[in-house]
Design a protein around this ligand. Structure first.
Ligand code: NDP
Length: 339
């Protein structure tokens, strides 16, 4: 059973050498009498929050730290190869928490495994648009941002897994939506493929505040923040009175030993703003409603979806690190096996 392990705790930007592909002995049978499920991993997701799990925390974080020497875990799409649980049988296609390895014994199939209800879509979609990234976009945008038709919406890391879906949900709601991304290729994707009204390459803008002023002469009602740091700082003075900032993530901060200071918090009271964060786990209860709704949008072509797929466990560490340099175009995932 080939698997990717964390070799050591990480400081700063992770390197490929912080992870290693090793071979471990695994028995494919489920232990007698247990309700565990053995799965063959088909696709696994690369997500920015995994960086946090590579640091040892003195005070426990919202997800457990990875342990050096042990397999890296995250969400994936899997096929059941043997099952001790009455709800799962051999051959079932599922998505949920698994390992970066060929086969994983899932000890708690409930609540960690979900049946794949719409096999008409590429199975890999369950690592993203029909899985965690999609639910993050949906829960964060509708339950936290609470958009209204006509709102001016700004999304950062807009071409990524979460950002591309937020932008399209904003359009479906009748909002005016602008995205920022880190390359001209991504900006083009935002405008031509995902239908953002406008977009800009933040790496080419010397003055982020000015770029936002140009895109939103009347100000921003909703900022869906995926990056934090300098962009958040530039957004604050561009918000409209009573606007809402939804903190989904702060990827610009994850590799820093000391977070960047945000200087413009003054505007929170000066413009009567609200800023609210959330975790996707808050919305697991609405997942099935989401899955059905999103399957409809995908079928009707109201949402299009871009993935960045690399092949094989050996490619997984570099793909994960690439999230922090913007190498990925769309949702980053890894194929381990096809069937
Ligand atoms: P993406 O697919 O958007 O990939 C990450 C992207 O972030 C990169 O492609 C890059 O795009 C951008 N980026 C990297 N470093 C920086 C930087 N220093 N400054 C600005 N942008 C940067 O990832 P996801 O869609 O999976 O995640 C997006 C955000 O959502 C992350 O902050 C993540 O932690 C958060 N998240 C939060 C969840 C929750 O429960 N709250 C759940 C899932 C995700 P570019 O080329 O445009 O710079």
């Amino acid at each position: 059973n080939r698997r990717v392990i964390l070799k050591r705790y990480v400081t700063g930007l992770p390197s490929e050498d912080d992870m290693e592909v090793v071979t471990a002995k695994t028995t494919l049978a489920v232990p007698a009498g247990s309700e565990a499920v053995m799965v063959k991993n088909l696709y696994v997701s690369c997500d920015p929050y995994m960086r946090g799990r590579m640091t040892r925390h003195e005070v426990p974080s919202y997800v457990p730290d990875y342990v050096p020497g042990e397999v890296i875990t995250n969400c994936g799409v899997m096929k059941v190869v043997s099952s001790g649980h009455p709800d799962f049988k051999d051959g079932d296609l599922v998505w949920g928490v698994t390992g970066w390895e060929e086969y994983t014994l899932v000890n708690n199939p409930k609540p960690y495994l979900h049946k794949i209800n719409y096999p008409e879509f590429p199975l890999s979609y369950y690592t993203g648009v029909l899985g965690i990234a999609g639910l993050t976009a949906y829960g964060g945008f509708f339950e936290v941002s609470k958009p209204k038709k006509g709102d001016y919406v700004f999304v950062s890391a807009a071409s990524g897994a979460v950002g591309q879906i937020v932008g399209q949900l904003a359009k479906i709601t009748g909002c005016y939506v602008v995205g920022s991304a880190g390359s001209d290729e991504k900006v083009k994707l935002l405008k031509t493929k995902f239908g953002f009204h406008d977009a800009f390459n933040y790496k080419k803008e010397l003055d982020l505040e000015g770029a936002l002023k140009r895109c939103f002469p009347d100000g921003i009602d909703i900022y869906f923040d995926n990056v934090g740091g300098a962009m958040l700082d530039a957004v604050l003075p561009n918000m409209r009175i009573g606007g809402k900032i939804t903190i989904c993530g702060m990827i610009s901060q994850y590799n820093l030993e000391r977070p960047d200071g945000v200087r413009n918090l003054f505007y929170l009271f000066a413009k009567s703003l609200r800023m609210e964060g959330f975790l996707v786990s808050n919305y697991i209860a609405i997942y099935h409603r989401y899955e059905k709704e999103m399957a409809g949008y995908l079928r009707e072509g109201k949402v299009v979806y871009v993935e960045d797929i690399v092949e094989g466990l050996e490619a997984a560490p570099a793909a994960l690190i690439g999230l922090f340099t913007g190498r990925n175009v769309g949702k980053q995932l890894v194929t381990i096996a096809r069937e």
